[in-house]
Design a protein around this ligand. Structure first.
Ligand code: SIN
Length: 296
């Protein structure tokens, strides 16, 4: 673990998550603070800051510390702020599906999926509504060398169709939600290939890159073979020792690295309102472990 001078970093677990103290995101950060925040993000994969009070502009400025903002396809953005999406569930909504409720990594249905996400809790339930995060690099490290080798040769097929397609779970009346507008589209059904083990472009760590929400199957395997491997990985990736859980307080911010994490929003707060704003940072095309080794 590295040391920090301008911020206090309190890890939640050895594998994932840290709370950060000493930063006010409504003010410009100096170079040292920005560098340390970014380093903590790389080191802990998801960082949490409590008690922030940001305007949408300040939220976007905080997001730009991590790269270029890209928005979320198919999801309506906040009026006047195309770069911010509001994730909301009203107190009276009793929905089977809440937004982000399945384990996922943001936007793996794109050729260049999201690098990072900056989620700001504006209104949070008095109890429940936590977000869980899973460390996909630690999960990769814990596999046997032979299993790692097998997985490194495989490619996953991803799609947004199950969420945002015309017959996806957020299409039309299925959501019975007035709180979020999803533009279901055939475009979401596109099938996109990513390596099952990707190499982090900045740290060089290898991480599993499949998720139950957007990964359809493993390329070139029979359906039952693919399902068996994916189901094994999904159970393995969310073992307690690879996860942390964040209990929101008003004004808290979570910033996660989508290249080495999955997350899910827990839907256990019927009767309470939850309103979050998310800024999403665009990423690169994932690089396979094999390709990275041959380039070295
Ligand atoms: C998301 O998947 O971005 C939503 C997470 C949350 O609402 O906790």
């Amino acid at each position: 673990m590295t040391t920090y001078e301008t911020i206090v970093v309190r890890p939640l677990t050895a594998n994932i998550g840290a709370e950060i103290e000493g930063l006010d995101l409504s003010k410009p950060l100096d170079n040292r603070q920005s560098e340390e925040l970014y380093r903590a993000f790389l080191e802990h994969h998801v960082v949490f800051l409590r008690g922030q009070d940001m305007t949408p502009e300040q939220h976007m400025t905080a997001g730009r510390l991590f790269g270029e903002i890209c928005g979320i396809p198919f999801v309506k953005s906040v009026e006047g702020y195309p770069e911010i999406v509001e994730i909301v569930k009203e107190a009276e909504e009793r929905k089977t599906y809440n937004f982000g409720g399945n384990w996922h990594t943001d936007m793996t249905f794109l050729e260049e999926p999201a690098k990072a996400s900056v989620l700001y809790g504006l209104e949070v339930p008095p109890a429940g509504g936590d977000t869980k995060f899973a460390a996909t690099a630690a999960a990769y490290d814990a596999l046997s060398p032979r299993m790692q080798e097998i997985l490194e040769s495989l490619t996953g097929i991803h799609t947004g169709g199950r969420s945002y397609g015309k017959s996806g779970k957020f299409a039309g009346s299925k959501t019975s939600t007035k709180s979020m507008q999803i533009d279901a589209s055939d475009d979401a059904d596109a099938e996109i290939e990513h390596p099952i083990v990707r190499v982090h472009p900045e740290t060089g760590r290898k991480a599993l890159y499949v998720n139950p929400n957007y990964t359809l199957r493993i390329k070139d395997l029979a359906e039952d073979e693919s399902a068996a491997i994916l189901n094994f990985l999904y159970a393995h990736m969310v073992r307690d020792e690879f996860t942390c859980r964040f209990q929101w307080t008003p004004g808290a911010v979570a910033i996660w690295d989508n290249r080495v994490t999955m997350h899910r929003a827990i839907n256990d707060y019927d009767g309470a309102r939850r309103v979050m704003h998310r800024v999403t940072i665009g990423g690169d095309r994932p690089v396979a472990a094999a390709a990275s080794a041959s380039a070295a």
